[in-house]
Design a binder for this molecule. Structure first.
Ligand SMILES: Cc1ncc(COP(=O)(O)O)c(C=O)c1O
Length: 393
């Protein structure tokens, strides 16, 4: 079987039915049928790559085949955004009267989807502390259909025990699903731990260049067909051009993520020693409370870190965080993550309103907290950038 780096270049090539070495962009909404019989066959086929764009497209089929391979799942579906993938993936599992176990910490829109949207349709959600295995177990009800986890989670970088969740789901006949966006399949393969469904915001590491939005759902072929059936109705198809960009980005996924891992660890170690930095949360640091678990289930530690700027009080922390954001040259103040360029954001300004649960009573995040997505710039420049900005605080 081909190694990961080879799959990144060649997997899914069968969907390129032309002689072009690089799959062309199939920029069409509809496809010719040879005759009525062929038309009927394409209309009935699951994810037909050549019928009508909402059903499928060769670029999308190629991207999905590659992502399924990376996540070691039978099949996958790509959609227009990470949220399109997450919402369709959940709607393919639950119906009115069902129950979901989720974490306190998730990407904010995932939480809003479960707590506000799904609850209006009679789906119950219990949020638990992701660092507490027993809390997941204790939250199980007779109508629990899904355990949805995110690890490392956004933006607190807590870890969920994948082997425990995989086993718990199997023991109780409950499907398990992970948002693997922060880790990427280079750093973490949840299928190794028995997790059933893997979702991604492919906007982040998979695309890797901050030039597209996309989402992916991976699972058994039977399950992906159910997700596809819902996606036909929800309508969030991934455009051929974004799919083509995603495939182009995926070719360098392993190279990018490994460089990002290396840069992030070096930066985290440097920041940890700086007197103006109160704390550094990075799953690759021995000081991370779940470092041992991270080492057990991850092959690399990602480019995501959270730092807290020191200050006498909340107001000074806020003012220093702002000054830092304004002074940094290579870490740009923008949402999103996982691109080749380094980004930095202020979670208290971004997510405060969305978070809930005991673990995140207001204020949800310290005003000194900054989330960093480390890119592939030279590490000396990244450190020098922080050195200059911190010296000016
Ligand atoms: C962990 C995680 N999951 C899902 C999403 C949603 O992805 P998208 O913006 O592509 O819909 C994001 C976006 O930031 C994210 O960080």
């Amino acid at each position: 079987m081909a190694k990961l780096e080879t799959s990144l270049i060649h997997e899914g090539e069968q969907f390129n039915t032309t002689k072009s070495v690089v799959t062309p962009i199939f920029q069409t909404s509809t496809y010719l049928a040879d005759d009525i019989a062929a038309f009927a066959q394409a209309a009935a086929a699951t994810k037909s790559p050549e019928f009508y764009h909402r059903h499928g497209n060769p670029n999308n089929s190629q991207a999905a085949a590659l992502i399924a391979k990376l996540e070691q799942k039978e099949d996958a579906l790509v959609l227009a955004t990470g949220m399109a993938a997450i919402s369709a993936a959940i709607l393919a599992v639950v119906k009115s009267g069902d129950h979901i176990i989720a974490q306190h910490a998730h990407y904010a829109a995932s939480l809003t989807f479960m707590r506000d949207f799904l609850q209006q349709y009679g789906v119950e959600v219990t949020q638990v502390d992701q660092t507490d295995n027993e809390a997941f177990k204790n939250a199980i009800q007779p109508n629990t259909k899904l355990i949805f986890i995110e690890t490392p989670s956004n933006p607190n970088l807590d870890i969920t025990d994948l082997a425990f969740i995989g086993k718990l789901g199997k023991e109780h006949g409950i499907l398990t699903m992970i948002d693997n966006t922060f880790a990427s399949p280079i750093n973490q393969v949840p299928a190794d731990f028995g997790i059933d469904i893997v979702v991604h915001s492919a906007t982040k590491y998979l695309g890797g260049h901050s030039d597209l939005t996309a989402g992916a759902v991976c699972g058994s072929a039977e399950y992906i067909e159910q997700v596809w059936r819902r996606s036909l109705l929800l309508g969030a198809s991934l455009s051929p051009f974004d799919s083509w960009l995603l495939l182009r980005g995926l070719k360098t996924l392993a190279l990018r993520v490994r460089q990002i891992n290396e840069n992030a660890l070096a930066l985290a170690q440097w920041l940890e020693k700086h007197p103006r930095i109160k704390s550094v949360t990075y799953v690759g640091l021995e000081s991370h409370p779940q470092y041992a678990l991270a080492k057990k289930q991850m092959k690399g530690f990602t480019g995501m870190l959270a730092i807290e700027v020191d200050g006498a009080d909340d107001a000074q922390q806020y003012q220093r965080a702002q000054a830092l954001l304004n002074t940094l040259q290579f870490f740009q103040n923008a949402v999103s993550l996982g691109g080749v360029e380094s980004l930095i954001t202020h979670p208290a300004s971004m997510w405060g309103a969305h978070q809930s649960g005991e673990k995140s009573n207001k204020p949800s995040f310290s005003n000194g907290l900054l989330r960093v997505s480390v890119g592939i710039e030279h590490i000396d420049d990244l450190i020098a950038d922080f050195e200059t900005a911190l010296a000016n605080l």
